[in-house]
Design a protein around this ligand. Structure first.
Ligand code: T5A
Ligand code: NA
Length: 210
């Protein structure tokens, strides 16, 4: 009898701006697909190509203003639009790698001062990650990296607030800290080691709280 097909895993890359999330999420997906084509998919949040994501993109680029409550719900809605896609892939044995997820949603909105219980409620029901890799970068190292400052939330004040909030969201059952100060290859190896140790035997769940 053929062995039962193992499910895929949901891995979320979180952290401050310029911690290297996008670079490493892409590297992981590429290396998994090199080993077995079609075995992993990458999903960035916000998905700037979706109708909701386009509005979020315009907000981030300071082209339009949005009420902060609406914006929070738009970030959540953008994730729920991928709810089914994530679950279908996981069931088929395909790994889903997310570049940011609801932890960014909660951290940035709490940093803006929106009400805590309300902020924490709008992503309940989303697929629960098997691992949240928190990219821990020191401010001095992040400051040396390129591409900072153009978007709306990329201010020192906002980053300090998010840096204070993000670690309080940790859930020890799936939260893993990655030292993001290292060079690209060292960080990639650390990520891969964490990936290889994930447990595909336990049932896939939904988020009951954040
Ligand atoms: N947001 C998001 C909310 O408010 N609510 C939400 O619900 C969500 C999902 C989205 C913005 O929206 C907010 C948070 C954000 O403000 P984004 O599209 O994720 O932002 O942001 P980006 O600007 O694309 O990405 P980041 O600034 O977060 O950077 P990354 O992805 O952490 O870093 P990366 O990989 O792009 O690297 C940055 C630079 O550093 C270099 C890279 O080559 C690149 O130049 N680098 C390294 N250099 C040396 N050594 C390393 N180890 C390096 N790793 C990367
Ligand atoms: Na990014």
């Amino acid at each position: 009898m053929a062995a039962a097909q193992k499910r895929g895993v949901l891995i979320v890359f979180e952290g401050l701006d310029r911690s290297g999330k996008s670079t490493q999420a892409k590297r992981l997906v590429e290396s998994l697909n090199k080993r077995a084509e079609g075995s992993a998919v990458l999903q960035a949040f916000p998905d700037r190509s979706s109708p909701i994501g386009k509005l979020i993109d315009q907000y981030l680029k300071k082209e339009i203003d949005l009420d902060e409550h609406s914006l929070h719900l738009m970030f959540s809605a953008d994730r729920f639009l991928k709810n089914q896609m994530i679950r279908e892939n996981i069931a088929k044995g395909i790994d889903v790698i997310c570049d940011r997820y609801c932890y960014s949603g909660v951290a940035y909105s709490l940093a803006k001062g929106l009400p805590e219980q309300w902020v924490r409620s709008s992503d309940v029901g989303l697929p629960k990650p098997d691992a949240v890799l928190f990219f821990d970068v020191s401010p001095a190292v992040a400051a040396q990296r390129g591409g900072f400052g153009a978007e709306r939330l990329e201010t020192a004040t906002m980053q300090q607030k998010v840096a204070a909030v993000m670690p309080t969201l940790r859930d020890d059952s799936f939260w893993k800290t990655v030292n993001a100060d290292g060079d690209l290859d060292t960080v990639e190896k650390d990520v891969f080691r964490l990936y290889e140790n994930l447990n595909r035997e336990k049932p896939f769940e939904s988020l009951e709280k954040i």
